[in-house]
Each structure stands twice: as C-alpha cells, then as structure tokens.
Design a protein around this ligand. Sequence first.
Ligand code: HEM
Length: 339
Amino acid sequence: MNQTFKKETFRDDYTFSNSPEAVKRFPFPFHEDEYMYSVNIEPHVKTAVGSITEFTFDIDEHYVAECEDKAITLANDPQRYLCLPHMMDAQWDTLELMMESMSNDYPEQFNLTKEGDNWTWVNKPLGITTKFVFGDESSLPMEPLEYIGRQVQGDWVMLDQRDNNLFADGAIVTSQADWSLAIDVGMSWQEWHGPVPIANEIGVFDRALKYLLNLQLGSPVRRLNWTMTINPRLDTSPENYPIWGPDRLSVTPENVGDKVHLRVELQTLFRLPRSNGMLFGVRGYLISMNELVTNPLWAKRLHRVLKGLHPELAEYKGLSYKDITIDWLSKYDDGTSSE
Ligand code: HEM
C-alpha cells in the first residue's frame, strides 16, 4: 500500500475533500431508485483491490486526519469512550483482531510482533510504538478498546450476548449520526433501536437480531447504512447539537454542492473469540454533492431516492434541506434509466 494521508479538517474550516480515487471507491449505497430499510446483511469477505472492502478494516487517505479529529472529540468529551467492567475480555479480543488484521493487510504502515504475551505494536502513520503485555491492562496507557479504537477510523461498539439478546456494553464513538453513547451504553438491541421509525413494524429488527445471534467466529458480516449531513463533520452527536444542528438552516440553492454531504456507513460485525461477544463497526464515508455528481448515474439515482423517500425516514434522518437538494440534483436527472 502506497498511501499518502491528507492534511484536512472535519470541523471549523472544513478542509476535508475526496481525491478522484476516493470518489471512485465511495460506497454508493443505492441499488435501485427507491430506498426502504431492509436486513441488508452479507458476508464481510474481501473484494477487489482498491475497494473499501479489499481488507477487513479500511485505512484510506483520511486516516490520519480522522484519528486527529477523534482525539479532539475525546479530549472535549471523555464520555465518548465508555465500557462496562465485564467487557475486558472483549476489549482484548478487539485489540487483537484489529492489530492482527491491520499489520497483515498494511505491513508498510503497521507492525505487530509477539514474544509470548509481550507484544510490540508499531503504527507508523500516527508515530506510535507501544510495548505491552497482552491481557495486562496496566501495561497500556489506557484501556485496550480506547487505545486501539483511537487508531482505527470509525466508531466501535462491543456487544455482550446474553438472554438471546445483544447489549451495547462498551464503545468508542466519536462520529455518530445523532445518537448518544452516554445514553445508549448498557442498552439492549430493542432499546437502542427504539427511535428508528418503520423498521420494527416491518420485522427488520427481529430478523436481523435472530441472524446476528448466530454469528460465527471467523465469518464476519457487513451492511451499509446512510444518512446526510451538512458540512463534512464527523462529530454529529446529540451532545454537540447546538454546534452543528443550526448548519442545516444554512443550505441555499447556491451552496448545496459544497455543503450537503451523503454520509455512508460501512457497518461490520465480528464474533469475538474469548468473550463470545461481538464487535460492531460503523465506518463512515463522506462525499459532497459536487463530488457525487461527477458520477452521472449516482446523481440521477440519488435524486430519485430522495424524491421518493418515506417522510418518516426523512424526518428521522433530519433531512430538513431535502427539497433544496432535490431541486439542485434535478438538473442531473434527464429521466433516462439509472442502471
Ligand atoms: C449490533 C450492532 C448494532 C448497533 C450497536 C446498532 C446501533 C444503532 C443505533 C445507536 C442507531 C441509532 C438509533 C437512534 O436514532 O438513537 C441505529 C439505527 C439503525 N439501525 Fe442499528 N445497530 C446495530 C446493528 C444493526 C443491524 C444489523 C441492522 C440491520 C437491519 C440495523 C438497523 C438499523 C437501522 C435501519 C437504523 C436507522 C438508521 C438510519 O435511518 O439512519 N442496526 N442502530
């Protein structure tokens, strides 16, 4: 991997942008001109070279800048990392999975050496070298999930499996689409999904949970979810709503292309070996409308998806600027097939 990492920001002056290569590999989530929630879960297998699922964890041009943004969010609000005491085995499981995958998949950037339980982790892009004893918390500068979670793009939730249910009992969450870790920690599958409209009524949550409870070690799965956001901001948490919420009112027909972003989440789920828990990853990808319309098929299709979006989904996702965006996209839709 010959990766250069961009210097860019996800707050204040918002200098984030995608290179043409990053636009090309963007996980556009719509397979047809309409969208409704579904159990869109598939095996998390490796795909084409250069694609976002070439490797187990995707490290891209935004890696260093995203990790820096994560550190700022955690410094401002330490409650973005929370973990219940019984999840320590799951924390070590997570650290092991991430270090082994990243060092195998990106050997020029990450290195893991083991002498028994004495491990050395080298993260070249972030300039980190740590020697520690696997299984001994006191040998790391912070708890294992926080330590490794700061070095992997995206949000990471650890689930405990008990009573035929999943509980969100530990997580590092700095780029969530308007849900609160401090509120959700310790909640069950049904509780944290409570605010989502329609999905429960059409049986999506019951079927997805049943599937996940049988997740096997070594056979991770994935799905895509999407929303939209104003400015390329990672930290759209309820805690900071006063900072980013009013931006929704700043969208005008002139600035849609710059301000409105499609935000796609690659969600992955892994069974963890020692704890029999689960790791849930939410890896976000942002693309501005100006970048998105460089692909004429995406422009057409997003126009149609937004036009037909169920009002309850639009409301839940906070798309108060949907109509301005549809008008702006309409010039890219000539009515011909979007296949
Ligand atoms: C086990 C790991 C998972 C966790 C921790 C999780 C967590 C969450 C959270 C916190 C929300 C936001 C709820 C709010 O507004 O407060 C959410 C939304 C949602 N989740 Fe999950 N989820 C998981 C897996 C899944 C799976 C496997 C599905 C598959 C159907 C799913 C479907 C959804 C849907 C449809 C939404 C609404 C998203 C939107 O419209 O943007 N979740 N999830």
